[in-house]
Design a protein around this ligand. Structure first.
Ligand code: HEC
Length: 468
């Protein structure tokens, strides 16, 4: 009671009294779930807080929400929920999940008043999720070819599965969603499209011995090595923390112009905080005819219990003629080394645009020592344009930031990704501050990637040209 009175005074002094509904000041009726709070929860929480999703309870019904009222108050007031990690100064993102000050005040006043239900007749219609899909009913569902059994003990695993979806011609994807079969073990899913090799590619005619020799030579030359189901970086491989100072920009894999690296081009991904990609009408992901879909699965084990998983993706095809192809590219540094104990270790990666482009979205990716990431564009005239700043990166939330107004960047622009890592004991998520850290699959190794979805301005896609 006392706290509410103090808050009222504070608001009064702030001049907010006349802008906010009287119900927030204890004078009028307190906000109710049905009338005031459910619209906020349906819009901003149910995406994750609903049956079958990763969050701990559903925000779709009063019965489910009521026991959590106190925790909801705390998490909403502290802005821990809904999760959002971009610099709060900027609000250029379409999928910005943050609640407004007014919404936060409503949730707080509701919890403080004992979380009343109100009249169920006031409830707005609940958001519809078709069979759990966020994107709507997919035109096609593509599953891993078989169920995978994960043993109970041992380190994380990266497993790859390939499926032929049987696409006889190019397919234009308007929306894509990846869904885990078993949330207990699926840490992430990346579904890549792997186009067929060009028919005219010369195939060397090698004996099995020569092939084996070539393979071992490549393994010796590579900066990576395999450890069980994981790829890691050799400790003595060359180190380039400032990837932008190298000719490859820090990227360790050869790519063609479409950003297709060793794994193929990205089609859909799932990780906590991210599972769907929906593009504006006319902008599509193109899956070339004959492509296979390769699932990269990152599994974490449940100690003491053998688990099974068969994850899947859903695609919605373009319903209007496609005009722009959305291309996914990773701007990554594969050569860094974070010394033991370093609390603010800087790593960069760069990519210079070969076309005029529009940036659709950005997604920072690091592991547990990731501290912050900035993605900026240096225009050909020397100006710097900040694209995304995530000052307080959290590995728990792999967020994709969709622009409201897609930045237009001319050919010759240099995109620079700058990451800082905390390998000190101050980082409470740090698995081991005494170890030097390099790129690798497991979460106790690191990664440094700025994922970029973009469209090329001049490349107008019509089915006729795209089939070539
Ligand atoms: C992007 C997905 C997402 C959105 C959106 C989201 N949450 Fe969450 N929330 C989660 C996940 C996942 C957890 C569990 C976090 C963990 O275990 O660390 C969580 C945890 C919580 C908790 C803590 C539960 C506990 O164990 O104490 C509360 C309370 C909560 N959310 C409330 C909300 C409210 C209210 C909203 C909307 C205003 C919201 N969340 C929006 C994903 C989300």
């Amino acid at each position: 009671m006392k706290r509410r009175t103090l808050t009222s005074f504070a608001l009064l002094f702030a001049g907010g009294l006349f802008l906010l509904p009287a119900s927030m000041f204890g004078g009028g009726a307190a906000p109710t779930f049905s009338k005031d709070v459910a619209p906020i929860f349906f819009k901003s929480c149910a995406e994750c807080h609903r049956p079958g999703e990763g969050a701990p309870f559903s925000t779709l019904t009063y019965k489910d929400v009521r026991p959590w009222a106190k925790s909801i108050r705390e998490n909403v007031v502290s802005r821990e929920m809904p999760p959002w990690h971009a610099d709060p100064k900027h609000d250029e993102f379409m999928n910005d999940r943050r609640l407004s000050d007014k919404e936060i005040a409503t949730v707080k006043a509701w919890a403080d008043a004992g979380a009343p239900e109100g009249d169920p007749k006031d409830l707005p219609p609940a958001p519809q999720f078709i069979d759990g899909w966020t994107i709507g009913k997919p035109d096609v569902v593509i599953s891993m070819p078989e169920e995978h059994t994960l043993e109970a003990e041992g380190p994380d695993e990266y497993q790859y599965f390939e499926v032929d979806p049987g696409f006889k011609e190019d397919v234009y994807v308007q929306a894509a969603e990846a869904r885990p079969g078993n949330r207990k073990i699926v840490h992430h899913i990346i579904a890549f499209m792997v186009p067929p090799p060009p028919a005219d590619r010369p195939r060397p005619n090698l004996t099995p011995e020569q092939l084996q020799q070539l393979r071992s030579q490549m393994e010796r030359d590579s900066i990576r090595y395999r450890e069980g189901f994981l790829t890691r970086t050799k400790m003595d491989a060359p180190v380039h923390d400032d990837g932008c100072a190298t000719s490859s920009g820090g990227n360790s894999t050869r790519r063609d112009g479409a950003g297709r690296g060793e794994g193929g081009a990205l089609l859909a991904g799932y990780a906590p905080g991210m599972n769907q990609a929906i593009f504006e009408p006319g902008a599509v992901k193109r899956v070339p005819a004959g492509s296979k879909i390769r699932f990269q699965m990152h599994y974490s084990k449940v100690a003491g219990s053998v688990q099974k998983d068969r994850s899947y993706i859903g695609l919605i095809f373009a319903k209007t003629p496609p005009q722009k192809e959305v291309i996914t590219r990773s701007v990554a540094n594969g050569f860094f080394l974070i010394p033991p104990g370093a609390d603010n270790h800087k790593v960069t990666a760069c990519w210079t645009l070969e076309d005029d482009v529009h940036i659709v979205n950005l997604m920072p990716h690091m592991h547990l020592r990731g501290k912050s990431m900035e993605i900026a564009a240096y225009l050909p005239d020397g100006r710097k344009q900040m694209l995304l700043n995530v000052p307080n990166y959290s590995f728990a939330w792999q967020e994709v930031y969709y622009f409201k107004k897609q930045p237009a960047l001319p050919k010759g622009t240099r995109i620079q990704v700058t990451a800082y890592f905390d390998n000190s004991p101050k980082n409470k998520y740090n698995p081991d501050p005494t170890k030097p850290v390099r790129w690798g699959d497991p979460t106790y190794d690191e990664m440094m990637i700025g994922w970029i979805d973009y469209t090329v301005d001049k490349k107008v896609l019509t089915p006729a040209t795209a089939l070539k």
